[in-house]
Design a protein around this ligand. Structure first.
Ligand code: NAD
Length: 493
């Protein structure tokens, strides 16, 4: 049996180790002992300095990020906090200019929302999410800790290039990792600019270089090189079906934030004005580029006209049948199926993320300045319902009852398991839809943003891992769970 004196000394050691790992929050913990020298990293041509995270090749970016990861590990949790503060502050300080630059490069979305998406990076959680889980029992003490992977490869979309990149950096560095980005080619220059500025500030304030890197001219080849690089321990992709499929085939573990096509169901118990204003707020946000954005609306027949009037009162503009047809012809290329029906529709990229005014011009209607969203009645198999269209237009489909509304919503969501929304005061309707669609986000009586802590409870991330199931990503998403066990008779009580 061990003596009480030995037990107390052991317990003190364990407590000191825990406090040290938590960043010395009692103010008295000793500085952590430096980790033993990491295995030698191949540094290629040695051209990492002065690059500020921006590299020509995936291999050079990965080598630099690995070196950045090792510097971060030396400097501990205090450095992670410092880097997160820097990224959030740089985003806030540059929101107007960077929002404008991203819009100029991508030509999709709205300036006010591009700016706002950078200002809200401060809502992404940090190291406070990584409290270890402790167990104490008859057999000793065990600590489960959330530890880094090392280098993560991240793929970002054109729809929110710098915000996704910044949100990923906060989450991944909070967890102690480094990251290499392959951005969307149509949004890669603004992303490279942001990486350069983040690294300059991080190098100045912490002495750590290349903790977040990027491939300056991303291609499908650089994506493949990134996936194949041995230093990359984990992938995080944010994008549509093709990149999710490619990541799943890579052989690496992948956290996939995939596509959505969020349906909204409005029943006859809902507040029509609230439903309409929520749909306009969410569906018009950044011209409907959000993966969580309201894309198609199913409304119970017995409340249909009340809902359409509420949309009108809230400032959306209704298209008649001829105007809808003109817009559909312009916004989609439709391949006719057998019997003359629509076999497949391809979205016309010229209309993605464009202002309501551009859509109205194509529809042949003049709309008041400041109109954010257009709407029209359609069938449930209309391209605007079926495709993830990302335009400031919502199709409104009449359904006979709640069961039909749920079934149509299920069909339109394509089993992406991403986001669905209901406006209702009937709890049975809410539960039935939640069970049937089983989406990662299920919002009741609010705009889609409520699902990311914007007007609802919760926290923000621009990467919502849907097919792989991690949900709204946060620092823990990017950790390995490691268990540290001390076996002895350590219990005092
Ligand atoms: P996209 O799929 O065209 O591109 C996304 C990223 O994947 C880009 O970096 C692109 O270069 C890359 N990519 C595309 N095909 C690839 C392939 N075959 N191999 C390797 N890389 C490939 O999407 P986008 O237009 O940039 O963004 C919109 C899409 O992203 C929508 O489907 C939207 O729902 C989805 N999205 C999802 C989330 C989420 O959190 N779940 C967030 C934002 C966007």
């Amino acid at each position: 049996m061990s003596s009480p004196a030995i037990n107390e000394a052991l317990i003190r050691d364990v407590i000191e180790e825990v406090m040290g790992r938590l960043g010395g929050s009692n103010g008295s913990a000793p500085a952590p002992t430096p980790a033993p020298a990491a295995p030698a990293v191949k540094t290629g041509c040695g051209c990492h300095s002065g690059k500020h995270g921006v590299f020509e090749t995936a291999d050079h970016a990965c080598e630099a990020a690995q070196a950045g990861f090792e510097q971060l590990r030396e400097k501990g949790i205090a450095a992670r906090k410092q880097i997160i503060d820097i990224v959030k502050t740089v985003c806030d300080d540059n929101a107007r200019e960077w929002g404008r630059i991203e819009l100029e490069e991508t030509k999709i979305g709205r300036l006010d929302h591009k700016i706002e998406k950078l200002q809200i990076i401060k809502l992404v959680p940090g190291v406070e999410w990584l409290n270890p889980y402790g167990l104490s029992g008859d057999h000793g003490i065990t600590l489960e800790e959330f530890t880094p992977f090392g280098v993560i490869a991240a793929i970002t979309p054109s729809t929110h290039s710098i915000p996704t990149l910044a949100g990923n950096i906060v989450n991944m560095i909070a967890a102690g990792n480094a990251v290499v980005f392959n951005a969307h080619p149509a949004a890669s220059q603004c992303a490279a600019m942001a990486i350069r500025e983040f690294n300059k500030a991080i190098e100045r304030e912490t002495g750590i270089s290349n903790i977040a890197c990027i491939i300056e001219h991303p291609t499908l080849d650089s994506f493949n090189e990134l996936c194949a690089n041995d230093l990359v321990r984990l992938l995080c992709v944010t994008g549509g079906p093709a990149v999710v499929a490619a990541a799943m085939k890579s052989g690496k573990r992948a956290i996939c934030a995939g596509p959505g096509n969020p349906p909204v169901l409005v029943d006859d118990t809902a507040c029509m004005d609230r439903a309409a204003s929520s749909i306009i707020q969410g569906g018009a946000y950044d011209n409907n580029l959000l993966c969580i954005g309201e894309k198609e609306i199913f409304v119970l027949d017995n409340t249909f006209s009340r809902f359409m009037s509420a949309m009108d009162r809230a400032g959306a503009v209704q298209l008649n049948t001829a105007q809808l047809d003109a817009l559909t012809q312009a916004a989609f290329t439709i391949e006719p199926g057998q019997g003359g029906g629509c076999a497949q529709a391809h979205t016309n990229k010229d209309f993605i993320g464009k202002d309501a005014k551009v859509l109205a011009d194509a529809a042949g209607i003049s709309i008041p300045d400041g109109t954010q969203l257009l709407f029209a009645e359609t069938d449930s198999d209309h391209p605007f319902v079926v495709e993830e269209q990302m335009m400031p237009f919502v199709p409104i489909v009449r359904v006979g009852g709640i069961e039909e509304g749920i079934q149509e919503s299920l069909k339109a969501e394509h089993n992406y398991k991403h986001t669905s929304i209901i406006h209702s005061h009937d709890v049975n309707h809410m539960t039935a839809m939640a069970r049937a669609l089983d989406t990662t986000l299920f919002v009741k009586n609010g705009p889609c943003g409520a699902g990311l802590g914007l007007g609802g409870e919760g926290y923000l991330s621009f990467s919502i891992a849907t097919p792989t199931g991690e949900g709204v990503t946060n620092p823990k998403t990017f950790t390995r769970v490691r268990r540290c066990i001390m076996v002895d008779n350590l219990r005092i009580y």
